[in-house]
Design a protein. Structure first.
Length: 155
């Protein structure tokens, strides 16, 4: 009886930990990605600034570079970007770094105002700038277009 209870508790704990691990999304900077610290073919978030002059649009297909001012990473996204998405402004994208070296985003968040940026993104920009304060902004989610890359998005 006690053994059955322990086995049930062990199975329940394993299921809970697996569910938690599969929903956990880590944040990486372009410098960390360039140093090969980010996982390949696994979902994570990249944050930094949209590099000026890097945005290329073809309908709902968008390619741009995310930089932390030290390194840059190419990002591909299919969907409608937030109205506040701009070159030189803060961005966080969730997706996967594929074998082609391009970060394929399933969701793009753009800064909303000058009052908030995720602490990880602000700190990464500060480190990349050599200790200078990073600009900040609230993030607004973009939803991918149905049938676009990355499937559905959650807010």
């Amino acid at each position: 009886m006690v053994l059955a209870g322990l086995a049930t508790a062990g199975v329940a704990a394993t299921l809970i930990l697996n569910a938690f691990r599969s929903n956990l999304v880590f944040f990486f900077t372009p410098s960390q990605i360039a140093a090969d610290e980010a996982p390949r073919n696994r979902a994570f978030r990249i944050g930094g600034l949209v590099e000026t002059g890097s945005v290329h649009r073809d309908g709902t297909k968008v390619q741009f570079m995310v930089t932390d001012t030290a390194k840059s990473v190419p990002v591909a996204y299919v969907g409608i970007l937030p109205d506040l998405f701009r070159e030189g402004k803060g961005v966080v994208a969730q997706g996967r770094l594929e074998s082609d070296g391009v970060f394929h985003a399933s969701e793009v968040l753009a800064k909303h105002d000058e009052n908030y940026m995720p602490p990880e993104a602000a700190e990464a920009l500060k480190r990349a700038r050599g200790g200078q304060p990073a600009s900040t902004g609230t993030l607004v989610a973009a939803q991918p277009v149905a049938g676009g890359a990355g499937g559905s998005s959650k807010q």
